[in-house]
Write a protein that binds this ligand. Structure first.
Ligand SMILES: [Fe+2]
Ligand SMILES: [Fe+2]
Length: 542
């Protein structure tokens, strides 16, 4: 009978099939040990020997194929990685060995997840779970991964269930490392759900196991994530100690990205405890480290935290510049991987953005007490007009931000001119006319995600060319600027000014009718329709 091709030879004699199986499983054991010790090249040689030599289908072959696939995946060779794991699945299925088939699918699903193909990853994980249901160890690993997947998709409840089942399976299998990771992930999800006491308990358990297992990296991660819990509970001293301990560990491991996150946490703690200079220094280090490792998410998050620090210090210009950068980074991340949790972070950031912009807008109003609430009202009216014109979400956000900041340049107008009760002299009016350009000066160097500069520059332009600063006519004026212009005039008329009392809505509309040629007909018509739908909260300075 012909011998199976490719069997190893020993002392000039080709090994029989059962001897070959023994040889392969011994070699596999050695390779797995080397792999765990980080001696990847040596492990790879042994996996290769098994893959090349054993022509018969055996469990060692299925396992060597999968493990080699994972090595190629780590080397960023996705096609080879996928091919090897797919072969591993075929070999395991033909044996049949459901546990090994499940492990192969688990690896393949992981590759899909990393490329952002989340639906596909979910399908493969579920198939793997069915095949691997009889092995608690495999089940534990797959449930853990399904939890990570659900978390990425923003399904916190599902993630929690998967992690709980992962923990149960790992306990059953006596897999302490699996339990340590399950506790860690349960801590993370509890923190996301703001269940701080539970989170603290899970991190404590994970930390305990990490110490027993000498898993230094996990130890550091638990400390860092615990610091977040302490911070949320305003236990600042605990938070600081945990974060500093984590930083020391990551430093020892030379784990740059984890260090960036530890620096970010320290920056947040110093910010919350009123030490802004230290906070800024730590957050800037976090940003530098994140940039050096190419970690977009960490960079985006640290930049956002620094923006919040600047906002708390009243440095609105810096806050807005940093928020713009963070917003762009989150956008890039979202384009790379369509993750729901990134989408929700972008949404959160938009809210922060609007808060900063509104703050800044309102700080301008305090320089001109007669216009208190002007920006907020202009924003409300402008959004109503935007709806009448069926503008899309991006335009609506642009208009809202533009409304808050349209008069930014007024901070540079002298107080006595801004609050003058008598009519302005021509010279004084010339000063007022500079506020659009001054507004742009304040935003120069800030790369805003929304195109609000045309609004700031042109919100006093009129269709008949009598406006300022450029005397634009008709459609030369950007639509958004026209829109702000019309609601700006309406709000000016319906509120008390230093030089006259407020008009009623009807009086204001009659006055505006007389100068309707200032605005594009479609904009003015939309304004008339909109103004009937918005409640007019007129604040009168008495
Ligand atoms: Fe203005
Ligand atoms: Fe205004």
């Amino acid at each position: 009978m012909a011998e199976p091709a490719g069997l190893p030879r020993e002392n000039g004699r080709t090994l029989g099939a059962s001897e070959a199986a023994g040889w392969a499983s011994a070699l596999l054991e050695e390779a797995v040990r080397l792999d765990r010790e980080g001696r990847i090249a040596e492990a790879g040689d042994r996996y290769h020997a098994i893959i090349g030599a054993v022509a018969t289908h055996g469990p060692a072959l299925a396992e060597a194929l999968r493990r080699m696939g994972v090595i190629h995946h780590r080397r960023n060779e996705p096609a080879i990685a996928r091919d090897l794991c797919a072969r591993s699945f075929e070999v395991a299925s033909s044996l049949p060995d459901d546990r090994l088939a499940a492990e192969a699918l688990n690896a393949l699903a992981g590759f899909e997840m990393e490329t952002g193909a989340l639906e596909r990853a979910g399908e493969i994980y579920r198939r793997a779970l069915t095949l691997g249901r009889t092995s608690a160890e495999v089940r534990g690993r797959i449930e853990q991964n399904l939890g990570i997947l659900a978390n990425i998709q923003g399904n916190h409840g599902d993630a929690l269930g998967h992690y709980e089942r992962a923990l149960e399976a790992c306990r059953l299998a006596g897999d302490e490392r699996g339990c340590a990771y399950a506790y860690h992930n349960l801590g993370m999800i509890s923190a996301d759900l703001k269940q701080w006491d539970k989170a603290e308990e899970y991190f404590r358990k994970s930390l305990h196991l990490a110490e027993l297992l000498h898993d230094v990296r996990l130890h550091g991660l638990c400390l860092l994530n615990r610091a977040e819990v302490h911070l949320a509970l305003q236990q600042y001293e605990h938070a600081r100690r945990s974060a500093e301990e984590a930083l020391a560990i990551f430093n020892e491991l030379n784990a740059q990205l984890a260090k960036a996150d530890a620096y970010k946490m320290l920056g947040m703690i110093f910010r919350e405890t009123g030490r802004p200079a230290l906070a800024e220094s730590r957050l800037r280090t976090a940003i530098e480290l994140a940039i050096a490792t190419g970690a977009l998410l960490s960079e985006a998050e640290a930049t956002r935290e620094l923006a919040l620090l600047c906002q708390s210090m009243g440095r609105n210009q810096d806050a807005l510049a940093l928020l713009s950068t963070s917003y762009r980074l989150f956008g890039q991340l979202h384009a790379q991987v369509d993750q729901v949790d990134v989408a929700s972070k972008v949404e959160e950031l938009e809210t922060t953005y609007l808060a900063v912009v509104r703050d800044w807008g309102q700080s301008i109003e305090s320089a001109d007490s007669y216009t208190h609430g002007h920006c907020e009202r202009v924003a409300t009216y402008a959004l109503a007009v935007a709806s009448e014109l069926n503008l899309d979400e991006v335009d609506r956000t642009t208009i809202r931000i533009g409304a808050y900041l349209h008069d930014l340049g007024k901070v540079k107008v002298p107080h006595e001119i801004l609050n003058k009760t008598a009519p302005l002299s021509p010279e004084e009016f010339e000063v007022i006319k500079l506020h659009p350009a001054w507004g742009l000066d304040l935003l120069s160097g800030i790369d805003l995600p929304w195109d609000i500069k045309p609004i700031i520059r042109s919100h006093h332009e009129r269709c008949d060319g009598t406006g300022y600063p450029d005397g634009l006519q008709g459609n030369e004026i950007p639509l958004a600027a026209q829109l702000i212009c019309v609601v700006d005039v309406y709000d000016a008329l319906t509120t008390t000014r230093s030089y006259r009392p407020a008009m009623t809505k009807a009086e204001a509309l009659v006055t505006m009718e007389d100068c309707r040629h200032w605005w594009r007909p479609d904009v003015f018509q939309a304004f008339l329709r909109a103004i009937g739908t918005v409640p007019t909260h007129i604040s009168r300075a008495s």
